[in-house]
Design a protein around this ligand. Structure first.
Ligand code: B3K
Ligand code: ZN
Length: 845
């Protein structure tokens, strides 16, 4: 496998005007007959006619009706083609039922389905499989199955065949095909300009039918929101969503035919948690929003992936904020960013939002491209203001509709609208690493000064870093908690800069980086008294939560390093928030949630210590017990207050109450031995409360009876059983985590070929920080064994799961040696996929 560089981009030699595909479906012998109209690209720098093709059985090819004998290789097909328009035809054979990579055309529980992004179309037929080649597709599917779907609009169909036409030119990665025995929930949406769109959510019959309604509702909300907020209408008469059991990621935005991991679309109150509902709503919105940001305007090449992903994540985050709570959404998004993207940025896998090289592009669908990519857009919006952001987006859609665009195109619309020079801002796309923002303050004669310094640590391949443009939202509070300077956005562009605020009557308390206005780590030597003051008084909900978070993190670190005991200042601050009925329960639940053990490990490493996961685990349990004891009089009252009347709805308000109820229950269990949790488990009529109770019990090493009852109740439901698998491993006592995971791999319902199930067990293991990093090394060995087994079947999911090892250099020599051995064992496996090889090479760095 070779490294591909952004700087080597060249335009395609030939463009495609139209594609006609015929599929004659067969489980092991699907015939794909293609007719592709090519013409030389006037902007080409090369004349080579090359079509990608992988794992194809070549049958025949013709140019303008005359048979040809092309040069075939493992990568594709080459031919000395005419320097004029011509029609290329080919017939190939593929075997969907043996395609376990879940890329290209494959089968999942009797259903034919496709996944082509990023480079999977080449496993279907010979084609210029690159996003800057856009074409109009017509597809004929022949097969003995009741439902045959492809992109666009249906042209004609009868028993055993169907024809589809997609009028919108698209790159091959947006191609999709579905064939199976499926049933739809149907609805309609009328667009602003009066187009009536038929909507369908398809599932296999036999149990999932009742789980479609929520997704349909989310889809209609997304369609209305994109019209209202971005002025974007849907552009076909039909929008199909299909739920598939075996899928490598969440979902895929194929034009007019979105294909979803069943877990990312199907939900009912009994089977899905509030968090699942929220995630599903966000993913449906995300894929739908791609219709404009991704499909109508796509990427010139895969280095530009953040052009569609960062923007679409930003849009789905805005949507979730509008549908639910802006404060809670922002906190959730920041927690995800810190847990995943900061971790990535601080380790061997760090890369820029727009990488400049890759071996396997599938390895770059990362938190950096997606979540940091979205943060970069949030900063841009904050810097230019809402009105200019809206103008720039209108110009982007106007100017680039139908294009395969670049980050330069994206930034240029902002420059053209605002007259700003964004060349320094553009560093956010090319410079990897999380900036550290060090804050010093001074006060004299009514003037308060903030002395700021930014510094980005080196990352692989980038030793030196330049200063970035940082929008830093700041507010100042007086000693009564009143805001003396409301939120102001400081624009930092230098490595060091001072900002002054005059006319103050006393030294204020600063609330810095409000609403998490830039993806940086703030280093501010505030006293705990100041943090407690902000936790009690900050008017910015994000910083109010973050003050509590920093207090907790600081305490946990002192407990690890100095044997500190929890101070009443911290516990009282927590109690005050918990008892404050004027605060949103969802927000209170977030304040009550401690940093994870992984967060503490990262924070310790950042502060120059070597984290010991066993000690961290102990300290976290101790702190939870202290909190429970300190709050013991309050817990039953709050728990009772959080009970929700009436039938279950997944709306933000009752969901917030259940979140706080479950958080309180987990603490209560430490005091009552799980009595209240067992009651909640027994009486729960929804998955949020059933699972919350089970979690509370497993956390105190109880719940064997409930685990068995859960399995008996839900054994028939794959999505619910994924939770059962995951929970046991993620909450197993550290010395039993690997053994629990191993035992579950022998369970009759464990299926290595199903990514959801594999991730349930091994994602559960990596999520059990003390268990995965148990000094025996059993966690490392087990994961390595199973990644070695999975790699030949499914390289993409294997490669992604190697990231469990990305913090390995933070640990002591013994653990490092064991992890290195595990990684080297994977690297040394013969026939290892290019995907996994690239990842372990980078990890070993
Ligand atoms: N664009 C797809 C992700 C494809 C991943 C390919 N390995 C889903 C999304 O981001 O919406
Ligand atoms: Zn996306």
């Amino acid at each position: 496998p070779q490294t591909i560089y952004l700087s080597d981009y060249t335009p395609p030699a030939y463009l495609v005007d139209s594609v006609h595909l015929t599929f004659k479906l067969g489980a092991t012998d699907t015939r794909v007959i293609s007719r592709i109209a090519f013409r030389p690209n006037p902007d080409a720098t090369s004349k080579e006619f090359f079509l990608h093709g992988q794992d194809l059985r070549f049958v025949s090819a013709m140019i303008d009706g005359a048979p040809i004998t092309p040069d075939l290789s493992a990568e594709g097909l080459r031919y000395d083609a005419p320097d004029a328009p011509f029609v290329f035809e080919a017939e190939v054979e593929i075997s969907p039922s043996t395609n376990t990579s879940l890329e290209g055309l494959y089968m999942s529980n009797g259903m034919y389905c496709t996944q082509c992004e990023a480079e999977g179309f080449r496993k279907i037929t010979y084609y210029p499989d690159r996003p800057d080649v856009m074409a109009v597709f017509t597809v004929r599917i022949e097969g003995d199955l009741p439902v045959l779907l492809s992109n666009g609009n249906p042209v004609a169909q009868d028993e055993g065949w169907a024809e589809w036409h997609d009028p919108w030119p698209k790159p091959a990665y947006l191609f999709a095909l579905i064939a199976g025995d499926l049933v739809a929930l149907s609805d309609t949406f009328t667009t602003r300009s009066g187009r009536k769109v038929d909507l369908n959510i398809w599932v296999r019959p036999g149990g999932d039918e009742a789980k479609r309604a929520f997704g349909m509702d989310a889809l209609k909300k997304s369609m209305a929101w994109d019209e209202e907020i971005y002025g974007r209408e849907y552009d076909l008469d039909l929008f199909n969503i299909v739920a598939v059991d075996d899928f490598n990621m969440g979902a895929m935005e194929n034009k007019g035919l979105n294909i979803f991991n069943a877990s990312a679309v199907l939900a009912s109150p009994e089977t899905a948690t509030d968090a699942d509902f929220e995630r599903i709503e966000a993913i449906i919105a995300h894929e739908y929003f791609h219709n404009w940001t991704g499909n109508r305007i796509t990427c010139r090449d895969w280095f530009q992936l953040c052009l569609k992903e960062g923007l679409t994540v930003f849009r789905d985050q805005q949507f979730t904020g509008d549908m639910r709570s802006h404060a809670v959404t922002r906190i959730d998004d920041a927690m995800v960013l810190r847990a995943h993207q900061f971790r990535e940025d601080n380790g061997p896998l760090a890369h820029p939002v727009r990488p400049d090289s890759f071996v396997e592009i599938n390895n770059f669908y990362t938190a950096t491209v997606y979540e940091k990519g979205a943060e970069v857009i949030g900063m841009l919006k904050l810097l230019v203001g809402d009105a200019d952001y809206a103008k720039a987006l209108d110009l982007y859609f106007d100017r680039h509709d139908g294009d395969a665009a670049t980050i330069e195109d994206w930034l240029r619309v902002f420059e053209d609208v605002t007259g700003r020079d964004l060349s320094q801002f553009a560093r956010w796309y090319s410079q990897a690493g999380t900036p550290r923002l060090t804050v010093h303050e001074s006060y004299a004669d009514g003037t308060y000064q903030l002395h700021l310094r930014q510094e980005t640590p080196p990352t692989p391949g980038q030793e030196t870093k330049e200063p970035l443009v940082l929008p830093i939202a700041v507010g100042l509070l007086n000693e009564n908690g009143a805001e003396v300077v409301p939120t102001t956005v400081l624009e930092m562009t230098q490595a060091e800069q001072t900002f002054s605020f005059g006319g103050l009557s006393s030294k204020p308390t600063a609330s810095i980086l409000r609403n998490f206005s830039a993806p940086v780590i703030v280093k501010h030597d505030k006293t705990n008294a100041e943090r407690a003051f902000l936790l009690a008084h900050d008017t910015d909900p994000f910083n109010r939560w973050d003050a509590g978070r920093t207090l907790a993190q600081d305490l946990l670190m002192r407990m690890v390093c100095d044997n500190a005991t929890p101070d009443t200042g911290f516990l009282d601050g927590l109690a005050a928030v918990l008892r404050d009925d004027t605060l949103d329960p969802a927000f209170r639940a977030l304040v009550l949630r401690l940093p994870s053990e992984e967060d503490t490990a990262q924070a310790l490493f950042d502060a120059g210590h070597t984290p010991d996961p066993a000690v961290i685990n102990d300290v976290h349990e101790t702190l939870k017990l202290h909190i429970a004891q300190h709050l013991q009089d309050t817990l039953p009252r709050i728990y009772a207050d959080m009970s929700v009347d009436g039938p279950y709805t997944p709306d933000a308000e009752p969901a917030g109450k259940r979140a706080l109820g479950n958080a309180v229950l987990a603490l209560q269990s430490k005091l009552d031995g799980g009595k209240a949790a067992a009651q909640q488990f027994a009486s729960a009529d929804n998955m949020t409360q059933q699972l919350g109770a089970l979690r509370a019990l497993l956390q105190i090493a109880k719940g064997a009876h409930e685990l068995a009852a859960f399995e008996a109740q839900w054994g028939h439901d794959r999505l619910v059983m994924d939770k059962w698998f995951a929970l046991q491993v993620s909450l197993a006592p550290a010395d039993q985590a690997a053994a629990t995971a191993e035992k579950l791999t022998a369970h009759p319902d464990f299926d290595i070929k199903n990514p959801n199930r594999f991730r349930a067990v091994f994602g559960g293991l990596r999520g059990n920080t003390a268990g995965f990093h148990h000094r025996s090394g059993a966690g490392y060995d087990l994961l390595a064994d199973w990644l070695i087994k999975l790699d030949p079947l499914n390289p993409q999911t294997t490669a992604r799961m190697t990231t469990a090892f990305d913090t390995w250099k933070h640990y002591d020599t013994e653990r490092q040696t064991k992890i290195r051995e595990a990684l080297e064992r994977i690297a040394g496996t013969s026939g290892l996929s290019g995907d996994t090889h690239e990842m372990v090479t980078r990890l070993l760095g």
